[in-house]
Write a protein of this length. Structure first.
Length: 291
């Protein structure tokens, strides 16, 4: 299937938007069947963008580049890996519904019901969407892989340098695709805020890299002015300070919510999201006057 850049981007953006809008998996089946995620943001980036090699230094050598991911996948599939210059990445942001954000904004020590449901069933939809996009592309003659969905490629680990990490960071891929920059809590602040989930797919299509902020914290008020820090005030675990985000404290608190969520909401999942709601960057890029 021969497409130019603009045609490919339009095809993929429309399909992601369609799935978010129409797929019943993106609805609260246990509540009122409203959407869990709003209209997505979609970005594209070259698989050979120098940032991906840089991430091996920032995160660790264990972090895969898009070329490494699709090469390994191709070999496992028994097909010839594409040339590096023909590799691109599709990244998307799934903004959490405003009703869910509002409900979670009213919480102080635990996640709300809708937030917990989104963490469980919303991630199920995110997984489904990534797998669908791989199938959608392969039906059109492409080689495609969603690294997070292929357990032969995706691993989570405890690294001595950066703490909890994985072989494919959705947040860093989204930054590379020009979709946002990082905040004090490590969340990705996008034009639709930082209350979201992220997904991505690597494909053998030569995509161009976008213009993106060179300052990885450009949209965070704290890093620009020293102000705000509302996410730190919202964190019940004290895992966010002016020194940044303590992944271990955060993980410990988030996992401590398992019993509360199971007893209160009847599902087995860990969640929190308090630092993503009732903050200046919840649903937009804040200006430097936002407190």
């Amino acid at each position: 299937m021969k497409l130019c850049q603009d045609e490919f981007k339009r095809l993929m953006t429309e399909e992601i938007e369609r799935m978010v809008r129409e797929d019943t998996a993106n609805r609260f089946e246990k509540l009122n069947h409203t959407l869990m995620y709003q209209t997505p943001l979609v970005g594209f980036v070259s698989g050979t963008d120098p940032l991906f090699s840089h991430l091996k230094q920032v995160i660790g050598n264990f972090h895969s580049t898009p070329v490494e991911a699709i090469t390994q996948y191709s070999k496992l599939k028994g097909v010839t890996p594409p040339p590096a210059e023909h590799v691109g990445v599709i990244s998307y942001i799934l903004p959490i519904s405003q009703a869910t954000r509002d409900e979670n904004a009213g919480m102080k020590d635990h996640p709300s019901r809708r937030w917990a449901y989104t963490r469980l069933f919303g991630q199920d939809f995110n997984n489904r969407l990534q797998s669908h996009l791989v199938e959608f592309l392969e039906q059109r003659g492409f080689i495609a892989v969603a690294p997070e969905q292929d357990k032969r490629l995706f691993k989570q680990l405890q690294d001595e340098k950066v703490g909890w990490a994985s072989t494919w960071s959705q947040r860093h891929v989204a930054y590379a695709a020009g979709l946002g920059t990082f905040g004090l809590s490590d969340g990705l602040i996008t034009s639709k805020g930082k209350a979201h989930r992220i997904g991505s797919v690597v494909v053998n299509f030569p995509l161009e890299s976008p213009a993106r902020p060179t300052d990885i914290h450009q949209y965070c008020v704290f890093y620009q002015t020293g102000g705000c820090m509302i996410c730190a005030q919202r964190c019940p675990a004290g895992a966010i300070t002016d020194r940044g985000h303590d992944k271990n404290l955060c993980k410990e608190f988030v996992y401590s919510q398992l019993s509360y969520i199971q007893q209160s909401y009847g599902i087995k999942i860990y969640a929190c999201g308090l630092c993503q709601t009732k903050v200046a960057c919840e649903k937009q890029i804040p200006n430097n006057q936002d407190k």
